[in-house]
Design a protein around this ligand. Structure first.
Ligand code: F3S
Length: 399
């Protein structure tokens, strides 16, 4: 792989062992994948920072690197709890202390530790911009909605890219790898999150590693919230980093469809089986909305539903948002949520939280990504249903 003089110097250790380690890893990765050089990035998003997921080995790895600073604007994914609300979530002291060490180490490096899977609400990428993002849903959203360029980085590779300010020039960074191979006609109107995320899951399953060109009718004003849910679903069932969606993706208009090898249709019945699969119907320990973290519009629509009922929730309800969105929620809405017993969490989600310690074993959610990981990682019983149904369950209103 070609390296500039400065990159060679970093590799030979002239800038210290931490940068050398990062450069070595990026060069190794690039060479293994056939990259010809590195490319400068403007934003790194570091995934895998929950102590629940990375344990002591991950903590030590991050602390070791924390003697030096990142070279570009950097953000990070959710942690194991809301950093300001942790006591109310029954988070064990040891977990709390170690998670905080991870956050402090990242902060020392200059990473913006507003822990969220929606880094695009912190800083919107621009068309053609090179990024190094971990977190599959965010990667899909960046490539699909903004036409930015990022591969699906892992936790360590996104951190190394943050330290060097560069990533191997390969995969989604190259135009030739952004061509669609499968055309998908969606023959069901998509109007809310549970269906959008499940549709994404089905798209990921049928497309596998082929970039899909998607024709779809969104029957909601908040199209981008549905695309966000769809991207999370795609990222859950496949290793795809990108979709091209007609009427959404900036690259859709100029896409040459001659690379398409197969055309398929997706109908409503293709989605229904997942609602049957995740149909737990018992007392719930939690109702979770916010995978990926909610937009302000989504928060406002939750408020609309709960304020009609004017009653306290029967089961704990958690809404997950980024700190940026939290700071924009009007005080009156936060007060109303408090009155009805709805908790608005920042920095976290249930998948990366120590659920067994929190005694959560059955959850209703509107996100297939949450349903999938709660069942597979935590052994939690799940009900997947529309946002309005999740809230009706919480409020004890007949469905
Ligand atoms: Fe975000 Fe957690 Fe879902 S990190 S995308 S809310 S699983």
């Amino acid at each position: 792989m070609y390296l500039t003089k400065e990159e060679e110097e970093i590799l030979s250790g002239e800038y210290g062992p931490e940068y050398q380690k990062a450069m070595k890893a990026l060069v190794k990765l690039g060479e293994a994948m056939g990259a010809k050089r590195l490319v400068s990035i403007s934003h790194a998003h570091i995934s895998g920072i929950s102590y629940r997921n990375i344990g002591d080995a991950g903590l030590e790895f991050i602390e070791e690197l924390s003697k030096v600073k990142v070279k570009v604007f950097s953000t990070c994914n959710p942690a194991g709890f809301d950093l300001e609300f942790w006591k109310f979530l029954s988070i064990p002291r040891d977990f709390f202390v170690k998670q905080l060490r991870i956050i402090n180490a990242l902060s020392k490096m200059g990473v913006k530790t507003a822990c969220t899977c929606t880094p695009y609400y912190i800083r919107e990428p621009s068309f053609g911009e090179h990024l190094a993002w971990g977190e599959s849903s965010a990667v899909l959203y960046a490539n699909t909605v903004y036409g930015a360029r990022t591969n699906r980085e892992g936790g360590p590779s996104s951190l190394f890219a943050a330290l060097i300010g560069k990533t191997p020039y390969m995969g989604m960074h190259l135009s030739e790898n952004r061509k669609p191979k499968i055309m998908i006609n969606v023959e069901v109107g998509v109007e809310e999150q549970a269906y959008a995320s499940t549709l994404g899951f089905v798209i990921g399953e049928v497309a596998k590693n082929r970039i899909p060109y998607i024709k779809i009718r969104f029957s909601s004003r908040n199209k981008l919230d549905l695309v966000k849910a769809l991207c999370a679903g795609v990222g859950t069932s496949s290793s795809l980093p990108m979709c091209i969606i007609e009427g959404v993706s900036p690259e859709a208009k100029s896409t040459d469809l001659s690379s398409v090898e197969e055309k398929i249709r997706i109908e409503k019945r293709d989605l229904e089986k997942y609602f049957t699969k995740y149909s737990c119907n018992e007392n719930f320990d939690a109702i979770f909305l916010g995978c990926p973290h909610l937009s302000l519009d989504e928060v406002v629509s939750v408020r609309k539903i709960v304020s009609k009922e004017k009653r306290k929730v029967k089961y704990p309800v958690f809404l997950a948002v980024s700190r940026q969105i939290y700071s924009r929620i009007p005080y009156s809405i936060l007060e109303e949520f408090k009155k009805y017993g709805i908790a608005v969490l920042r920095d976290t989600c249930l998948v990366v939280a120590p659920l067994n310690k929190m005694k959560i074993s059955s959850v209703a959610t509107n996100s297939i990504k949450h349903a999938y990981y709660l069942e597979n990682i935590h052994g939690v019983k799940v009900r997947l249903c529309k946002t309005s149904e999740c809230l009706k369950i919480a409020l004890g209103v007949n469905l």
